[in-house]
Design a protein around this ligand. Sequence first.
Ligand code: NA7
Length: 530
Amino acid sequence: MERSVDIAVVGAGFAGMYTVVKAREMNMTVQVFEAGTDVGGTWYWNRYPGARCDIESVEYSYSFDNTLQQEWEWTERYAPQPEILKYAQHVADRFDLRTDIQFSTRVMSAHFSEDNNTWTITTDKDDVVTARFVVFATGCLSSANRPHFPGAESFTGEVYHTGEWPHDGVDFSGKSVGLIGTGSSAIQSIPIIAQGSAYLTVFQRTASFSIPARNESIDRDYVAKVKSAYPEFRDANRRQTGAFGSNIRRGETSALESTDEERWAEFERRWDEGGFGFLSSYNDFLLHTDANDLVAEFVRQKIRSIVKDPATADLLMPTQVIGCKRLCLDTGYYETFNRDNVTLVAVDNHPIERITEHGLVVDGVEHTFDVLVYATGFDAMTGSLLKIDIRGRNNQSLADAWHGGPVTYLGLNTAGFPNMFMVSGPGSPSVLTNMIMSIEQHVEWIANCIAHMSHNNLSVIETTEQSQSEWVAFVNAVADKTLYPSCNSWYLGANVPGKPRVFMPLIGFPTYVDKCNDVVRNGYEGFVLA
Ligand code: NA7
């Protein structure tokens, strides 16, 4: 296919889908390319057992259409992956989005031409599309991180990555399984794989903190209450740091100001309630290590009380600051290590040496299994962008422009790459928020910007080196006021060997939105429009 559109979009997850809606509102032509066979993005690929959103379902959904949000019925407090995928498909049907999406097509390159200020996009299906604007809706957690272990190709059993799970599911019955990783994906899938397999060996490099999700059937009275004033509920969420959890009680004092008894009682209450509200009992867990230690110790005691074998409990004991890596929510994670068919192997001091025909070797000992599961996460936030050959002015590649780490202004644009937008790009609140709220805010900002350019006969928008370096410094200065940078998280790119260490998401959704709005009010301050 060779053709020309106003807006080319890469990715048909929630960001790409909403971009189609906005492009149509502006009467602009739009072409989306999607590698999968259907919409859903993250929720299309991450089909591993137990995959579930950790943001409550009435919050993790589009707000742009009131009829849509009134008519959709969630069944659980936290929506499971199949239901979120069904929701995405419902939205695609309802707004007839698929007519502008070409599936099973991977974008290979996007090159900007300074002669006519257009982007040329090519795909693995030999499409060539020119567009005035290109929007990368490629997702923050969409490029699987597969560590390179010597001998990986020699393994003769089945191999899966949680982020690229087969559509037909995996039958673990009667099989032994080796699973690498103990992040969110592992913590959600381990209890289910343990139940469904003959034997599970978990290889853990860093112990994670996990809080009970307390997932349950959705409370219909609560849903009715939310739906009776949904727009107000959304607004209240947008005023929260993470754009979710307006129903969470937020402690406004320091954990250090209360007595041991008060604190312990509060932690117990929050543990029983489950969910991210656990870390909101006091206001300084991510600001002061003394406060953090108190709540971290509470969780460690919980682990000790749940896990019967003291040696396994010791291995499961997280030592880092709680919350600086993404807090995990679970259903029976620690309890799973009491099962007779589960073993935990630490690979921190003795990393995985190599993979063999029938298993893997740690500290000279071979552990054998039939199925190997990589729950090793993602090359987050930048991975999917840098896999595409993106070239801006002077034929400069994005990889070159970002060799020292991603540099953006507002997480929306990068200097030298005119008319290119990223949805929830590095430097925006993105992964520290309810992603759908962030996506809506970004897509609306981008659409308003494109409309502004059309009305004013402007053909090029681009940020400056100065704006973006000030922005990156700001994002990192905000992070440095907190404990977030204190551990090797994927927020910093620390999970991928050789990736530059830069804190990528901005903390604080409401401040960010104000900044984006101020930028527009001040005539797109920090951008050059021509
Ligand atoms: P995560 O949170 O990045 O977890 C990946 C896990 O894999 C983590 O425990 C890693 O240990 C482990 N890992 C990665 N590389 C290796 C090697 N080489 N050896 C041993 N272990 C390794 O990814 P998830 O998919 O669980 O979750 C990603 C996000 O999705 C999550 O935060 C939510 O926002 C949803 P490490 O901690 O790096 O030592």
